[in-house]
Write a protein that binds this ligand. Structure first.
Ligand SMILES: Nc1ncnc2c1ncn2[C@@H]1O[C@H](COP(=O)(O)OP(=O)(O)OP(=O)(O)O)[C@@H](O)[C@H]1O
Length: 619
């Protein structure tokens, strides 16, 4: 869509960004923005304010709605879309057709516009979001171009002439047809979008979307359906774009394809990046800055250059390059720094009540079968046999160590039993139930929680938020409940549980720190707290002692023994032989993908084949 002075745009790409949510204590955090909103409410009342500025502010509001959606999709979810203008178009054309051809009231056309946009986005997302890397943005470009030409060539949409005569939005006898009344309508919608988005991001579903940036493996390992989380973010962003389109159609009273082309989509992305793709407030800032700068450039550049043309596109390109070089997270973090805003802290609801335990599978409740039984497990990478017909088991209340020289196949075995990689052949059972080739999130549902060799905590999330992700399967609140803030009691219980688990591993003091600011060893312990939040029956730990100091290792060993005594089974891969020998009940030694030996630490310490494999002995 375009402002009155209209527009071509500069291309951009998206940088990651620190994500802003509305944590507990957000009342205080919302004071400044709400005061700003209250002041903005007075703007149309300023005597002598040119109508042009109100119109400009109205367009900024319309753009901000789309940019806020991009915060969820791109800044938080890590999916770059060059197709948002198409969803604005879907909302705009739906209301245009319904109100002009069928006489539908614009308010009744609103749910229809959102429904059409949502279903359209779901369809596009279902086919497109499987793509990763550069393919996803490329696919959204293709969709947007197709949309532009389909709308421009079909009679249904009145081709490139467009549809005119769209009625204004009205309540009773009052029509929102002039700048000031539309201003309140549009910025009212922006305020609702801000609140809904902050609520969504500060929820169980929001954590799942935010965890996507940390990679799908970590999120799936705690039961998050990452495909669903991606679609949800995509549809949510499209719905905000559709809402913007509905407002636009009734503001302009006419629609044609030109504001819904690729250029506009690129500009929306530019707005999100300029403001800060990780911040809802940054999206509004970006929408304002880009719109005002474009408007001024369109006035000044032809005068300076002495010729007419879309020179602002060049200026936007330069601005984007400078921004990506100097402020990859956009301008909002700098505004916060200037205002000396302090990071928000969560108050932890010790009185929130207990989070219900995870529902146990039938197998988990039986005491006869081993917790994990691996039989003839094999994994080939082309001609290389990384795991060669390996068999072993982990019993109840047992700590088993999987050890072996570099390249022996330990990590691959770990990936196989955690559902990260499917085996070439063989059999994996948890609690006597078949789990071969199951995906990570299904294995998590069986009560199996894990940590990672290379720590996978979500950047942009605090320590406690990362730990709370571990309780994903123990919560039920969905997106609608989150947006309407109906999930508070459950959230309080989830965070109380996360706090309890952090206390258990001795890191409660660090709960509100950004997870990535911790030392590597501490991050490993945070991963253990996250795993405990799942309420697991089995823990799979990949090199948990790496990076820990001697005292921390002793504390970790004591914690793991305590967990075993409380009923957990633990399988760990570890290189630190002192740690393993002092902790485990049994060891499985691998070499060249096969099981070389199995026994108690004492037996393994004296096993000649093992001593030889380690070239000098393990003890
Ligand atoms: N995705 C892959 N593609 C091809 N080969 C792989 C792949 N993953 C692992 N391998 C190979 O499989 C063998 C076993 O590797 P793996 O990482 O499982 O060993 P490891 O015992 O965990 O080693 P380390 O202790 O060094 O982590 C190695 O030869 C490795 O190069």
């Amino acid at each position: 869509m375009s402002t009155p002075a209209s527009t071509d745009n500069a291309a951009g790409s998206v940088s990651g960004a620190g994500v802003e949510t509305a944590p507990r204590g957000r009342g205080a955090r919302l004071v400044a923005p709400l005061a700003a909103l209250a002041v903005s409410a007075l703007i149309p009342l300023v005597p002598g304010l040119p109508q042009f500025w109100i119109t400009l502010l109205n367009y900024i509001g319309l753009y901000a709605l789309v940019a806020i959606g991009l915060v969820v999709l791109t800044g938080v979810g890590g999916m770059t879309s060059f197709g948002q203008a198409m969803f604005v178009g879907a909302g705009a054309y739906t209301t245009a057709i319904l109100t002009t051809r069928y006489g539908v009231n614009p308010w009744l056309a609103l749910p229809a516009a959102l429904a059409v946009t949502g279903v359209f986005a779901w369809g596009v997302g279902a086919v497109t979001l499987r793509l990763s890397g550069h393919y996803l943005p490329l696919a959204t470009i293709a969709w947007n171009i197709s949309f532009f030409y389909i709308v421009g060539n079909l009679d249904l949409f009145a081709k490139f002439d467009g549809i005119s005569g769209i009625p204004p939005i009205a309540i009773g006898g009052f029509a929102f047809s002039d700048g000031p009344s539309l201003y309140y309508l549009i910025w009212g919608a922006v305020a609702l979008a801000v609140i809904a988005t902050l609520n969504l991001l500060d929820s169980r579903v929001g954590r799942a979307i935010r965890a996507l940036r940390g990679g799908v493996v970590a999120a799936e390992s705690f039961g998050v359906d990452t495909g669903r989380a991606r679609i949800l973010a995509f549809v949510y962003a499209a719905l905000l774009a559709g809402l913007s389109g509905w407002l636009y159609a009734h503001l302009q009273r006419a629609v044609n394809p030109s504001p819904f082309g690729l250029n506009a989509s690129i500009e929306y992305l530019l707005m999100a990046v300029v403001g800060g793709a990780g911040s809802v407030w940054g999206a509004i800032l970006g929408a304002g800055l880009v719109t005002i700068i474009r408007d001024q450039l369109q006035d000044w550049l032809p005068w300076l250059i002495g010729a007419r043309g879309n020179f602002e596109a060049i200026a936007f390109g330069v601005i984007l390059v400078l921004l990506l070089q100097n402020a990859r997270d956009g301008l909002w973090p700098h505004v916060l720094r200037l205002c000396k805003a302090r990071p928000a802290t969560r108050c932890h609801h010790a009185e929130a009540g207990e989070l219900a335990p995870r529902a146990r599978s039938a197998g988990e409740q039986r005491a006869d079968a081993p917790v994990l039984a691996v039989r003839d497990l094999r994994k080939q990478f082309g001609g290389l046999v990384a795991v060669n017909d390996l068999s072993f088991a982990v019993g109840r209340r047992e700590i088993v160590g999987l050890i072996g020289p570099n390249g022996a196949g330990k990590s691959t075995t770990f990936d196989l039993v955690t559902g990260v990689t499917p085996p070439t052949s063989g059999d994996i059972r948890y609690f006597g139930e078949e789990a071969t080739g199951e995906r990570a999130r299904v294995i998590a549902r069986r009560g199996v929680a894990r940590t990672f060799q290379h720590v996978r905590l979500a950047a942009g999330m605090s320590v406690i938020e990362n730990v709370a992700l571990g309780a994903h399967l123990r919560g039920h609140a969905g997106a609608v409940g989150a947006v309407l803030r109906l999930d508070r009691a459950e959230e309080a219980r989830i965070f109380a549980e996360a706090h309890r688990q952090l206390g258990r591993v001795g890191l409660a003091d660090l709960a509100d720190r950004p997870a990535v600011s911790l030392a590597l060893g501490q991050q490993r312990i945070v991963e253990i707290a996250r795993a405990l939040c799942l309420d697991p029956s089995m823990l799979l730990l990949d090199e948990p002692a790496a990076g820990l100091r001697h005292r921390e290792k002793k504390q970790l060993a004591a914690l793991l023994r305590q967990l075993r005594d409380e009923g957990l089974s633990i399988l760990l891969v570890e290189h630190d032989m002192d740690f393993v020998m002092g902790l485990t009940d049994r060891l499985v030694v691998m070499e060249f993908g096969s099981r070389l030996a199995e026994g108690t630490p004492e037996e393994i310490r004296n096993n000649p084949a093992v001593l030889e494999a380690y070239l000098g002995g393990v003890a």
